[in-house]
Design a protein around this ligand. Structure first.
Ligand SMILES: Nc1nc2c(c(=O)[nH]1)N[C@H]1C(S)=C(S)[C@@H](COP(=O)(O)O)O[C@H]1N2
Ligand SMILES: [Mo]
Length: 249
């Protein structure tokens, strides 16, 4: 995906340069091309920056306790039942603009390839915590489902309801979706996730702030447009409190 976009950018500039000798002699047009090249360079730089890895820490640098914030215990009978069954019947569905909709059990995800990373979580409320997350790279789930070419964003639907019964949800673009540190985590500090931290599955998208780290994820939906969902801003806090959709750190 990203490679393709880069190729289009580079290919576009090269095509213009080779095809238009007469135009190339025109001073204004040459200036315009030079600007275009700078622009492409800037876009490529920013794409590369977004693929850069978040800092990873040493085990001894972990916080003694990893705080729980926002929902610590989802309300409702459905979640309580799942918790009492130790999430044996929880399903993570991957659907929307995909070729092959998927439904994974937590056990299946835990048996799959895993990645661990010790990262710092930064909450806009002014606290941070360093913890070790283990989970399955999101890329593997997307490869299994096969994103359709119209897909632009992934929406994470959560099992907890906020004020007035609005579900928590979040969304990311495909650059973050395929980022090597983007995982669906099922363990924190080598222990199965506690309910307060988002059991049984929560997103870790390490280049962004705390509110993007959706907990209690039960559905990942591939969409072409965020404006059709809920308040249209791509996330619970984006809709309700005007938080930035791209919360890069
Ligand atoms: N489903 C859901 N995800 C959520 C929240 C929430 O309330 N519900 N709170 C967010 C916020 S603001 C933060 S800082 C982190 C907190 O994660 P933690 O409880 O593991 O510290 O989860 C984020 N993801
Ligand atoms: Mo937060």
């Amino acid at each position: 995906m990203i490679i393709t976009r880069r190729n289009i950018l580079v290919g576009g500039a090269a095509g213009l340069l080779s095809g238009c000798d007469a135009l190339g002699k025109n001073e204004d047009f040459r200036k315009l091309l030079a600007l275009g090249e700078k622009g492409n360079f800037a876009i490529q730089r920013s794409l590369q920056d977004r693929m850069a890895l978040a800092k990873e820490f040493r085990p001894q640098q972990r916080s003694p306790v990893f705080r729980m914030n926002g929902t610590r215990q989802p309300r409702g009978e459905a979640y309580a039942k799942h918790a009492s069954e130790k999430f044996a019947n929880w399903r993570l569905t991957v659907d929307g603009l995909v070729a092959r909709p998927q439904a994974f059990s937590v056990a299946q995800l835990m048996a799959g390839p895993k990645r661990s990373q010790i990262t710092r979580h930064d909450c806009v409320e002014g606290w941070s915590a360093i913890g070790k997350w283990t989970g399955i790279p999101l890329k593997l789930l997307l490869d299994a489902a096969g994103l359709k070419s119209q897909a632009r964003f992934l929406v994470f639907h959560c099992a907890d309801k906020m004020g007035f019964g609005t579900p928590y949800y979040e969304s990311i673009d495909l650059i973050d979706a395929f980022h090597p540190q983007t995982i669906l985590a099922w363990a924190l500090n080598d222990e199965t996730l506690m309910i307060g931290n988002g059991a049984p599955l929560r997103l870790r998208v390490e280049r962004q702030l705390g509110y993007k780290q959706a907990k209690y994820v039960e559905r990942i939906e591939a969409v072409d447009d965020l404006s059709k969902l809920y308040g249209g801003k791509g996330g619970y806090w984006e809709d309700g409190a005007g938080y930035e959709w791209y919360a890069g750190i």
